[in-house]
Write a protein that binds this ligand. Structure first.
Ligand code: UDP
Length: 322
């Protein structure tokens, strides 16, 4: 039986597929290549243990068929990126809520273990540092489009937990904090690939707002190792678990570090949020994960620091543009 990865052509999904194949698993991917990309998996075509199905996870009949033939399901298919969420809110909500419902329905039918990649966005604009899994979520107004993503992901979490409560379906919910690394595209607004690209081209590095907002960036390889371990951890079932890195950095400091590591002559430019995202945008000042639960469950500790992350992204971008 193979392992099903929805959204396997995406940034995190494509790293997860490789890790599963390296462990000797067979892997089936369902991905509609909307925010994912064929290029992320191109080198796996021809691998007997790998199968790519280009389709939307809202196709219930197909999902049913694939789940029946799988021993476990990693559900990563989702709209991603703050920019996309703001520009295409209908698509975002439909893909997140509808897709998860369809995959969970099939997992419930065939009793397959299900891992959901949720997001630290679910904490909303709470100001607690760090965020622990049982903390309250603080959402903005529904007229501020950004929060549709957080609410949709929160609904996914509720649905997965409901299956656990009602029928003990083995579900694991992972709240990913900012995950970065090779193959992440800047196309949907993510800060790190955009800054590296700007720095390598000696173009201005565009910092939104005052740059004093902070984030914690985790290497995709650390995150993938955690996903694999959590799927196989019986104590993780029915649980919501933060995964990320807790090394905090301001966005301005990030720009400086990327500029330096690239040996770039870019100027660092601050632009107002309204100019970047349009009117009525909300950002969070700090976002730091409490990682004690994931450490307790699987002994997780992020192994790769920001310097390594930046140098891996630089190396991959340089290689891709050769
Ligand atoms: N950001 C920025 N320049 C960019 C893209 C993003 O300054 O080109 C900022 C953004 O406003 C936010 C932070 O960097 O404060 C992280 O943004 P990202 O979209 O990567 O992730 P998220 O907001 O989901 O944490």
């Amino acid at each position: 039986m193979s392992i099903l990865v929805t959204g396997g052509a995406g940034f995190i999904g494509s790293h997860l597929c490789r890790a599963l194949l390296a462990k000797g698993e067979e892997v089936t991917v369902i991905d509609d290549l909307s925010t994912g990309s064929y290029d992320n998996l191109a080198d796996l075509e021809g691998n007997q243990a790998f199968r790519l199905i280009v389709e939307d996870v809202n196709n219930q009949a197909l999902v049913d068929d694939c789940v029946r033939q799988s021993s476990a399901v990693y559900h990563l298919a989702s709209a991603v990126g703050v920019r996309l969420i703001i520009e295409q809110p209908v698509r975002t909500i439909h893909s997140i809520v509808g897709g998860t419902e369809s995959v969970l329905k099939a997992c419930a039918r065939y009793r397959r273990p299900f891992l959901l990649t949720s997001s630290s966005e679910v904490y909303g604009k709470g100001s607690k540092v760090p965020f622990a899994e049982d903390d309250d979520t603080v959402m903005g107004a529904t007229s501020t489009r950004r929060w549709s993503y957080a609410c949709a992901k929160a609904l996914d979490e509720f649905l997965a937990l409901a299956h656990w409560v009602e029928t003990r379906l083995p579900v694991v919910i992972v709240r990913l904090f900012n995950t970065v690394g090779p193959r992440q595209t800047g196309q949907y607004g993510m800060v790190l690939p955009n800054f590296v690209k700007q720095a390598l081209n000696n173009e201005p590095i565009m910092v939104y707002g005052d740059g004093m907002q902070t984030r914690c960036f985790a290497h995709v390889q650390d995150v993938v190792e955690a996903l694999l371990a959590l799927m196989n951890c019986p104590q993780a079932r029915g649980q919501v678990i933060n995964v990320g890195n807790n090394q905090e950095v301001s966005i301005y400091e990030l720009a400086l570090r990327i500029k330096e590591q690239c040996g770039s002559s870019s100027e660092i430019k601050k632009i107002p949020y309204e100019q970047a995202y349009g009117e009525g945008f909300d950002d969070m000042r700090r976002r730091v994960p409490d990682l004690s639960k994931v450490h307790r469950l699987i002994g997780y500790k992020a192994k790769r620091d920001l310097q390594q992350i930046i140098s891996d992204v630089i190396a991959e971008m340089k290689a891709a543009h050769k």
